[in-house]
Design a protein around this ligand. Structure first.
Ligand SMILES: Nc1nc2c(ncn2[C@@H]2O[C@H](COP(=O)(O)OP(=O)(O)OP(=O)(O)O)[C@@H](O)[C@H]2O)c(=O)[nH]1
Length: 312
């Protein structure tokens, strides 16, 4: 969704990233007012970028680019912000990929994983809404059988998007539920089965064992399933979010990321760090609580918004 002016999604993105962008902008403007740009200025810039969680390699690349440009006349704060925007866009370019389930699979299975409260339900709502608009037949499986509230919330989305809803009683075996949901999707010739999962069980080992079991059951039904395994990350958890990619990746074979709550942190660079480190597709980013705040993103727009520049 690209806009040519600061309206629509770009305005939301910019407003959502304002905690990060105001900190970065202020810091950069303060650093680049001096006549002379020396090694200390560049070190301070690197610190500033690392504090925003952009990651060491991106920070180093920005500093190198600024270093190369430092003899130019008029290298002011705005020129440096433009360099940051370009480097961020370069890192995000390969990962900005909309969620695109395979058409040949009937049903295509998308497993949605992540810790509680990260935004799984919102993500599922968004996917259901997007694909309903495209005319796809969708089944939603309420795989978080531990929390009645999670099941209720998901049902609201199913009703709203006209999806078939499969749930079981609280405490039921999640893998058994997923089995039933797949059978239902098959019988209904559905295009897409979206499986919600629990984000917290009695302990982490229990959670991972349950996810493993779900994946095992799905593979028996269709060796290629799950076709997508989407990990939803809460940006406000900072570096912890990166650890989750590894933990969930091991059991659920993460194929794509969604990063929510970029509006709740001054360290929104974490998206860039995750992209740089894992090179996984990032399907959506969230910058607010509404469904319109969760969107596929444009790397150039993100790069400019994170340093508070207007849309080109
Ligand atoms: N500020 C902000 N809030 C968000 C964003 N995405 C989701 N939320 C809110 O975060 C809370 C948790 O989101 P859910 O989608 O319910 O997360 P979940 O992972 O399904 O959580 P459980 O149902 O508790 O497992 C809700 O209040 C959402 O409105 C975002 O990008 N920004």
């Amino acid at each position: 969704m690209t806009d040519t002016t600061d309206t629509g999604w770009f305005a939301r993105l910019k407003a959502g990233l304002s905690k990060t962008s105001s900190q970065l902008t202020r810091g950069i403007q303060e650093l680049f007012t001096k006549e002379k740009i020396d090694a200390a200025t560049l070190d301070d810039l690197e610190d500033l970028l690392i504090q925003a969680d952009l990651g060491v390699s991106t920070a180093e690349r920005v500093v190198a680019a600024v270093g190369r440009a430092r003899h130019e006349r008029n290298l002011d704060g705005e020129s440096v912000r433009k360099i940051v925007a370009e480097e961020v866009a370069r890192v995000l370019e390969p990962v900005a990929r909309p969620f695109d389930p395979p058409e040949s699979a009937r049903p295509a299975v998308a497993l949605v994983v992540g810790v509680n409260g990260s935004g799984k339900t919102t993500t599922i709502g968004k996917i259901a809404e997007t694909f309903r608009t495209a005319g796809l037949k969708i089944v939603l499986a309420a795989g978080d059988t531990f929390r009645a509230a999670a099941v209720e919330q998901l049902k609201v989305w199913a009703d709203r998007s006209g999806a078939i809803f499969v749930a079981k009683e609280t405490g039921a075996d999640a893998a058994a539920l997923v089995y039933e949901a797949w059978q239902k999707a098959k019988a209904e010739d559905a295009d897409l089965l979206i499986v919600d999962t629990a984000g917290r069980l009695q302990n982490k080992a229990g959670l991972m064992a349950e996810l493993e079991k779900i994946v095992r059951v799905l593979k028996k039904l269709d060796p290629d399933a799950p076709h997508d395994s989407i990990l939803v990350l809460d940006a406000t958890t900072g570096q912890n979010a990166l650890g989750q990619v590894e933990a969930f990746g091991k059991v659920a074979g993460v194929t794509g990321l969604v990063m929510t709550k970029l509006d709740g942190t001054a360290r929104g660079g974490i998206l860039v760090a995750a992209a740089e480190k894992y090179k996984l597709p990032v399907h959506f980013i969230g910058v607010g609580e509404g469904l319109d705040d969760l969107e596929p993103f444009d790397p150039d727009a993100f790069g400019r918004a994170i340093v508070g520049l207007p849309r080109e």
